[in-house]
Design a protein around this ligand. Structure first.
Ligand SMILES: Nc1ncnc2c1ncn2[C@@H]1O[C@H](COP(=O)(O)OP(=O)(O)OP(=O)(O)O)[C@@H](O)[C@H]1O
Ligand SMILES: Cc1ncsc1CCO
Ligand SMILES: [Mg+2]
Length: 286
């Protein structure tokens, strides 16, 4: 990397850690209504994460209601976790409505690659032009058509393994793609931003990934035209809340983390965010 490119990235890093807090304050003041069509496992945790972060969640999946719900919402979250033919139809209808109304929508391709129907359904939703796609490494590899092994909804790969496929997916579908893991990679196909917040114990809380995808929808909703940065900031805020939460619990385990994460999303202070966010521009073409 040339020295000018390096200093350019350093400048962006400084600006990034400040604007993360500003963006979160925008979320809190605008309190975006996030319409979630998610899975049975994640509903409660996801709604609580969104509430604690300052958003207004609503879970609504009925085929005869989703279009009206998209119309009154700031953003849509579509999660493939516990799919059924009826729900997949609802998800496609909602996604198409969001695109028609110019509202952001975010796809979580849970378990993509685990079964043929799941892969097909995820690809059909991908064709509905999501603003952001967030999955673990196995899910992103499967979505990109790579020969990937998956273990149900869990990843058997690390996030770096899926970075090139994430870039291709993002370019091909003109969207932001996130591969989550110990390092989260956020790309629009050209630029790659890394987020190094979080804790390994997050993998032992079901629906942590589902919930951070919903938080991405909220952040993108308040930052039109800045989906890459908003996505990275949402991941950072979620990971930082987990880190800070674990510092204050008497027994740091998954159960305590689940509660502490929600508490910290509610109460974390500006200086902690400004100092603790680890977002970096990894690469940028042009
Ligand atoms: N080893 C790790 N260290 C730090 N943070 C992690 C680690 N693994 C995952 N995370 C964080 O946990 C969150 C969930 O990511 P993960 O990749 O586990 O999602 P997922 O597999 O889709 O989860 P789920 O299916 O349970 O919703 C992200 O915010 C990610 O940054
Ligand atoms: C465990 C599980 N099964 C279907 S969805 C889900 C939540 C984590 O993705
Ligand atoms: Mg997941």
């Amino acid at each position: 990397m040339s020295s000018s490119a390096h200093s350019d990235n350093s400048l962006k890093l400084e600006a990034t850690s400040v604007s993360c807090w500003q963006l979160w304050q925008a979320v809190r003041s605008k309190r975006p209504l996030v319409h979630c069509i998610t899975n049975f496992v994640s509903m409660d945790f996801m709604a609580n994460v969104l509430l604690a972060a300052g958003c207004s969640p609503a879970m609504a999946h009925s085929l005869d209601e989703v279009e009206s719900f998209v119309a009154i919402s700031s953003a849509l979250l579509v999660n493939m976790g516990t799919l059924s033919p009826e729900w997949v139809a609802s998800k496609k209808l909602a996604a198409k409505k969001a695109v028609e109304l110019g509202k952001p929508w975010v796809l979580d391709p849970v378990g993509c690659g685990a079964t043929p129907v799941r892969t097909t359904s995820c690809l059909e939703l991908l064709a509905c032009k999501p603003t952001v796609v967030r999955g673990n490494a196995s899910e992103i590899l499967a979505l990109a058509g790579a020969a990937a092994s998956v273990k149900g909804v869990d990843s058997t790969a690390i996030s770096n393994d899926a970075l090139e496929d994430a870039k291709h997916l993002a370019s091909k579908h003109s969207c932001i793609v996130v591969v989550s893991g110990a390092v989260d990679y956020v790309t629009d196909g050209q630029r790659v931003v890394t987020v190094r917040n979080g804790h390994p114990l997050l993998t032992l809380i079901t629906a942590a990934g589902c919930s951070v995808t919903a938080l991405i929808a909220a952040f993108v909703a308040v930052a039109p035209g800045q989906a890459l940065l908003a996505t990275a900031h949402a991941l950072a805020v979620f990971g930082l809340a987990a880190e800070e939460g674990l510092k204050v619990v008497p027994r740091p385990g998954p159960g305590s983390l689940r509660v502490a994460l929600i508490d910290l999303l509610h109460m974390v202070q500006e200086d902690t965010v400004v100092e603790g966010v680890r977002v970096a521009v990894m690469s940028q073409l042009s």
